[in-house]
Design a protein around this ligand. Sequence first.
Ligand SMILES: *Cc1c(COP(=O)(O)O)cnc(C)c1O
Length: 215
Amino acid sequence: MSLEEIKTRIAKAEIAAGREPGAVTLIAVSKVQPNERVAVVLEQGQRCFGENRVQEASGKWPDFMQQYDGVDLHLIGPLQTNKARQAMELCHAIHSVDRPKLAKTLARLAQELGQCPDLFIQVNTGEEEQKAGVMPGQADDFIAECRALDLPVKGLMCIPPAEEEPSLHFALLAKIAARNGLKGLSMGMSSDFETAIAQGATHVRVGSAIFGTRG
Ligand SMILES: *Cc1c(COP(=O)(O)O)cnc(C)c1O
């Protein structure tokens, strides 16, 4: 599917949900994609991209950022504390803040660097053992903890369990965000971004629908 088609579907979903046009940011998830494919999407004017590994992102994005103005890079995958500085220097947003140790590291580095990317707290809405994210029952406390550290928390992020109805998870994430006064909702991927937009997504993370399947 082309970038244009995805953007059209996002615009239609915004209208259907009574959302403002442009309320939803498309993050084109370029992880594991060959540089040629990423360059095609950059040439088409897309500037907001998502990567899930710091190492991969730092290998390919500095060059693209030299070539193209206004690239907005979002880290959407798990972040180890020893990669936090690199992530903060490279990325404009981090969607995977999920534990106190990482929050404290980000806060210390924010002081040191004098800047901090927009942060999203990842919530493990399906309470899956193998998945990252704070448990729903601990989300309120963790959000408060991040705010007490002066971190720029913009919203919440989730990845619903593969085999479950995503809308239940999107609704749960929206509820936790609303009761904490958070506006950002990073939810929805290739297979369910329209559902996510209907439930208030502000950021959808779409990979394979734009770039094709990952090899
Ligand atoms: C890979 C990935 C996506 C994109 O998934 P698609 O199904 O290819 O759209 C979104 N979010 C996260 C966290 C990912 O790792």
